[in-house]
Design a protein around this ligand. Structure first.
Ligand code: UD1
Ligand code: MG
Length: 451
């Protein structure tokens, strides 16, 4: 990479109207992180002197998201060249490389940017191009046989012949900082959209006998722009592929990677096995040797080593799952600590609970944590056995080693090693069923004879 000083400018002041969304385009999330932050993470690795993000006025949420980087406001969305112009005062007397990237093409790779900067060498500027089978919507780069860029034509201004060009402008430029202001001031808005196009810069730089070169990337997925929600989905797919590949390279086994959805901050240790159709939301950490079975949904949870989760498990925020714990099918856990080697294997709800070690929480048992106004805590100590279909009405403490009989609704604390049972006695009426069947059969016979 060039050892000239570097400044990065991210253009993110457009209206993003094609997104059909109230949210600014830059804040639309990919794997749970705003797209602008993915881009900033990559730019930070170039170790630039500064990163400037150009935004629209009143973009408080973007300003918050990009901290500690500085925001500069483009007063009106008059085009990409006008947006870069807004950053000029912040680049006064900066004579190094100015790397300009579009805020809506956030998956560009570090190496590609390094190559773009290196390729500029003595040239006035370098344009990052890509060859696309279907270039619709992108600016087309017109080059000569030596790869010198003559101009870039926007789709809306292109002739049919120009539209057939497949070398497109990805939107990333590396520009000689010394000439930037001078060139930008020469750009006008005589075009189909009455906007100041940054894509006019190569032609302007060329007039100055400065050479503009092109540096092309072969990986189209990294330069995909995001103008619509369906393009956002394409970016999400690319990013998910990257995150899954990274997890597998770090020793995570995925039986069907494309059906596993990761969050940007999902931490999965090596030797973890993930079955198909698993969703990870924000802030999940999984220690080694855990198995996550199919169709499980996990967010804001910590899972310790050797636990087995699912299939069809739901771990909601605040679930801390101990070592060797088993959480089985149709079990929901929320804001609860589950002690080592405890088992909650079938059809259960555990919320606002401190559960000790080696507890058995049987099928259909639930904590009744909400009284319609407030949430209450359930404490279940070590070695407790909760039978099937038990309601534990919180606040409640079940002390060490106690047994709760199946079908009980428990409303008071249970002492250690006790049995708590609260259900009506079984009454057996001999021969009742046989007599009932006989009576019913006679009625049906009569009805059949009648009709
Ligand atoms: C732009 C390029 C096009 C390129 C494509 C790549 C121009 C004129 N066109 O088109 O050649 O193929 O990106 O994705 O540059 N923005 C501002 N202020 C404005 C207008 C836009 O900051 O006044 C920002 C937007 O927020 C966005 C970026 O610039 O992040 C690109 O704008 P957008 O409207 O998406 O341009 P494209 O039509 O995608
Ligand atoms: Mg765009």
């Amino acid at each position: 990479m060039s050892n000239k000083p570097l400044a990065c400018v991210v253009l993110a002041a457009g209206q993003g109207s094609r997104m059909k969304s109230e949210k600014p385009k830059a804040l639309h999330e990919l794997a749970g992180l705003p797209m602008i932050n993915w881009l900033l993470q990559t730019l930070e690795q170039l170790l630039p002197e500064r990163i400037i993000v150009v935004t629209a006025p009143n973009a408080k949420d973007i300003h918050k998201a990009i901290k500690p980087h500085e925001a500069i406001i483009q007063k009106e969305p008059n085009g990409t060249a006008d947006a870069l112009k807004a950053a000029l005062p912040a680049l006064k007397e900066f004579e190094g490389n100015v790397l300009v990237v579009m805020g809506d093409a956030p998956l560009i790779k570090l190496q590609t940017l390094k190559d773009l900067i290196k390729t500029r060498a003595g040239a006035g500027m370098t344009v990052l191009g890509a060859i696309m089978q279907n270039p619709t919507g992108y600016g087309r780069i017109i080059i000569d046989e030596n790869g010198i860029v003559h101009k870039i034509v926007e789709e809306k201004d292109a002739t049919d012949q120009e539209k057939s060009i497949q070398l497109v402008n990805t939107g990333a430029f590396c520009i000689d900082g010394k000439n930037l202001a001078n060139w930008l001031n020469k750009i006008n808005n005589n075009n189909a959209q009455d906007e100041y196009y940054l894509t006019d810069l190569p032609a302007v730089a060329g007039q100055d006998r400065k050479i503009t070169t092109v540096c092309a990337t072969l990986d189209l997925s990294e330069v995909q722009g995001c103008n619509t929600l369906s393009e956002l989905a394409i970016l999400e797919k690319t990013l998910q592929d990257r995150l899954r590949t990274q997890a597998m390279e770090e020793g995570v086994t995925m039986l069907d990677p494309t059906s596993v959805y990761l969050h940007y901050d999902t931490k999965i240790a090596h030797r973890v096995l993930i079955e198909p159709h698993v969703f990870f939301g924000r802030n999940v950490t999984i220690e080694e040797n855990v198995i996550i079975k199919g169709f499980s949904h996990i967010e804001e949870s910590y899972i310790k080593r050797n636990a087995i989760i699912g299939p069809f498990a739901r771990l909601r925020p605040g679930s801390k799952i101990g070592e060797e714990v088993k959480i089985g099918n149709f079990v929901e856990i929320k804001k609860s600590n589950i002690g080592n080697r405890s088992k909650i294997n079938h059809l259960a709800y555990v919320g606002d609970t401190e559960m000790g070690e080696e507890v058995n929480f049987s099928a259909g048992a639930i904590t009744v944590n909400y009284d319609g106004f407030e949430k209450h805590k359930t404490i279940i100590n070590n070695n407790v056995m909760i039978g099937s279909n038990v309601n534990l009405v919180a606040p409640l403490s079940i002390n060490e080693g106690a047994f709760i009989a199946a079908g009980s609704t428990i409303t008071v604390n249970v002492p250690a090693d006790a049995l708590a049972i609260s259900r009506s006695k079984t009454r057996t009426i001999k021969k009742w069923a046989a007599k009932y069947r006989k009576r019913k059969a006679a009625i049906i016979k009569k009805l059949k004879e009648k009709y």
